[in-house]
Structure formats: structure tokens, C-alpha cells
Design a protein around this ligand. Structure first.
Ligand code: FAD
Length: 345
């Protein structure tokens, strides 16, 4: 990789680098690496303390460069930050990003590539793996050896241990809720920031999709996937208007609002709030479920929460099987009381 310290140690350094070297795909926002990508770094550490980690960031403008500086001191294992500075990577379009990943991997010869199981990571990783002719391991929740991983199957009802026996790179997506970002910001060590060679951009078409626009709501609330408190509503809330009660509760608790698929399908809230197998995976300190039955596909997205509180008028609702605290009651009465008794934040 041309980065060896020189002389006779060059070959040894190169083969060592190839043996345990990881490329982490980092997402960033507002000039900072996202917490889910810091979790991907924690996963890289779980592969081995000797792991040499390169962080790949893409996009354009000052926010990219600020995020690159954040990345450079984000973890002691980060040995370099690779920056792909182009409008082609300013948006999470999987096609150009997959080509980028292929190009960076072909130059770097990493043994592992890690992305978080975010919407972006889930879209990107299989495409990049197909281009590199390897099979990705998805939704990893624990790493017992550099090529032995645990991942949930059957909507989280069973855990499967898999050994990757394919060629390099071993590409995986990780569940960010299973890898806590390290507190140890690398204050003394700042990794070099290198520009990625983007000559491949001129070699042909970058895919069939184009960025149109982003509509998002301005909110002070924490991001659902990383919030330490989540209040979720199900079909039992009965209307979009009633969800405003949950929003008031979230306001008081500094929480994110979540929803079941039934609530999303009924049009009460947008689908970015969906928690579950086909929604977001969350593992907050406190998860409060109002009018949620506890279908297996919903549990798949929240069963790792530290404390689960469920409010349901049906004492036999399956949500009570995973709840630490269960209240068999009308959710509107409970919400009313909570809103009256809890102080404003
Ligand atoms: P319901 O099952 O209808 O439950 C409503 C609950 O509210 C009931 O238990 C009822 O007793 C209670 N209730 C009603 N009124 C009140 C009241 N006044 N006070 C107190 N309690 C009240 N679901 C997800 O959530 N996330 C997913 O990612 C997801 N992915 C899926 C993927 C697949 C392939 C499939 C097939 C399904 C998926 N589902 C998912 C749907 C899932 O199977 C359930 O249909 C859904 O979770 C049910 O949502 P719910 O609990 O809001 O509704």
C-alpha cells in the first residue's frame, strides 16, 4: 500500500496490514461522524486491538472537512482518514458509493470492510460486495473472532454464529446498538487525512439513480436510532392527532418518538418512525410502548432496550412478555396522568 516504514520491513508491514486492516464506511452530519459510525469503529476494535483502521468519508464542502478532522481523532485505532471529496458522494446514493468502495478496497487490500446497518449501509454494502464478488455478512451483533460473527435470525428469535470463509474483504454491516462507541477519543493521536483518487469517476456511468431532494422536519428531539429514551405508539393510539400526546410526553422526557408498522400504515406518523424488523433497531435505556401489541416483528426492533415499559388495556398482549414494567390500563388515562405529573424539561 506504499505506506510501510521503508527498507526491509516493507514486505512484512504490508502483509501485516493486509491481515488485519479494516475500512470503515463513515456517515457524517453537521461536521461530525455519526454515532452509528462510531459504533462501527467499536466493531473494528472488536476484530482485534492490532487492527489498522481506515475511515472513509465522502461528500463535499466545509462540513466534510470538519467531519474528517473529527474522524481523525475519533479512535486510537484509526490510522488514516480517507476523504472522497466530490458532489457524487454528497448524498447517500448507493451506486456511486458502491463504486467508491470498490475502488478504495482494490487499492487498499483491506481484510475487512464495515458499515453500520443504517438505511444507507444496508443499501450500499450488498452492492459493493457484489462488485467485489464477495458475500456480505449482515446485521452482526457480536464478533468472537476476526471471521466469526453472531447475527440474529428469525426476526431476532435466534442468534446464529457464522464463520466467514470467503475471500478478502470480509464485508459486514453491524447493528450499532450492539457496539458502544468508545469514550476514549484519541486526543493525543490524530490520524493523517488523505484524499481518495477519484479517477474512476470519469470511467463511466455511476448508476441509474439521481438525487431529487430531501424533506425533513426540524426537530430538537434526539435521533430515534440513538436516543436514550424512546416513547412508541401503536395502533391503540387511534389517530395522528393522538400521537401529539406522545410528542408532548417525548418533549418532557427528552425522548424520541417511535411507532409500530400498524401506526405507520394507518398514516398516523411517517415511516421513518417505524421501529422493528423492517424499521429502525433501537436499544435505549428506557422504551415506553403505548397501545402496542408486541408482534414479533416489532419486538425484533426493540427487545434489547434496557428497561421496557408497556401500557396496554389487554393483559394478554405479548408486549407484556418482554416488559419490565407493565400497566394494564387505558393508555389515554396513563398519558394524561404522566403529562400532568411530569415536569417540563
Ligand atoms: P395491534 O397489533 O393492532 O395492537 C394494538 C394494541 O393496542 C392492542 O394490543 C390493543 O390491546 C391496544 N390498545 C388499543 N386501544 C388501547 C387503549 N385505549 N389503551 C391501551 N391499549 C390499547 N411491525 C412493526 O411494528 N415494526 C416492523 O418493523 C414490522 N415489520 C413487519 C414485517 C413483516 C414482514 C410483517 C409481516 C409484519 C411486520 N410488522 C411490523 C407488523 C406486525 O406484524 C404487527 O402487525 C404490528 O406490529 C402491530 O402493530 P400494533 O401493535 O400497533 O397494532
Amino acid at each position: 500500500r506504499g505506506r510501510a516504514t521503508g527498507g526491509g520491513s516493507r514486505f512484512f508491514a504490508q502483509s501485516l496490514h493486509r491481515f488485519v486492516s479494516t475500512l470503515v464506511v463513515a456517515e457524517h452530519e453537521g461536521g461530525f461522524v455519526k454515532p452509528s459510525s462510531l459504533s462501527a469503529l467499536a466493531a473494528a476494535e472488536a476484530i482485534g486491538k492490532e487492527n489498522r483502521v481506515s475511515l472513509l468519508l465522502g461528500g463535499s464542502g466545509p462540513a466534510l472537512h470538519k467531519a474528517a478532522e473529527h474522524a481523525a481523532s475519533s479512535h486510537p485505532l484509526v490510522s488514516e482518514v480517507l476523504v472522497a471529496d466530490s458532489d457524487a458522494f454528497a448524498h447517500p446514493l448507493a451506486e456511486p458509493w458502491a463504486e467508491l468502495l470498490r475502488s478504495v478496497q482494490q487499492r487498499g487490500g483491506y481484510s475487512h470492510v464495515i458499515a453500520s446497518s443504517t438505511s444507507f449501509g444496508k443499501n450500499l454494502l450488498p452492492r459493493a460486495a457484489a462488485l467485489l464478488d464477495v458475500s456480505p455478512v449482515t446485521d452482526v451483533t457480536s464478533i468472537s473472532e476476526p471471521r466469526v460473527f453472531v447475527r440474529p435470525i428469525y426476526a431476532g428469535n435466534a442468534l446464529c454464529t457464522v464463520r466467514y470463509t470467503g475471500e478478502d474483504p470480509c464485508m459486514m454491516s453491524i447493528r450499532s446498538t450492539s457496539f458502544s462507541p468508545t469514550d476514549a477519543m484519541s486526543e493525543t493521536k490524530v490520524a493523517p487525512i488523505t484524499q481518495v483518487d477519484l479517477s474512476f469517476l470519469s470511467e463511466g456511468s455511476l448508476g441509474k439513480s439521481a438525487w431529487v431532494n430531501l424533506k425533513s422536519q426540524d426537530t430538537e428531539r434526539p435521533d430515534l436510532a440513538n436516543a436514550s429514551v424512546v416513547v412508541t405508539g401503536g395502533r391503540g393510539l387511534k389517530s395522528a392527532d393522538n400521537f401529539k400526546l406522545l410528542e408532548q410526553l417525548a418533549e418532557k422526557l427528552g425522548a424520541a418518538v417511535g411507532a409500530t408498522r400498524a401506526a405507520v400504515d394507518a398514516g398516523f406518523v411517517p415511516n421513518e418512525l417505524q421501529v422493528g424488523q423492517t424499521g429502525k433497531i433501537v436499544a435505549p435505556e428506557l422504551y415506553m410502548a403505548f397501545g402496542v401489541s408486541g408482534a414479533i416483528q416489532h419486538l425484533a426492533g426493540m427487545r434489547d432496550s434496557k428497561v421496557i415499559v408497556a401500557v396496554n388495556k389487554d393483559a394478554d398482549a405479548p408486549i407484556f412478555q418482554v416488559a419490565d414494567y407493565g400497566i394494564v390500563a387505558d393508555l389515554f388515562e396513563v398519558l394524561d396522568e404522566l403529562l400532568k405529573k411530569l415536569p417540563d424539561k
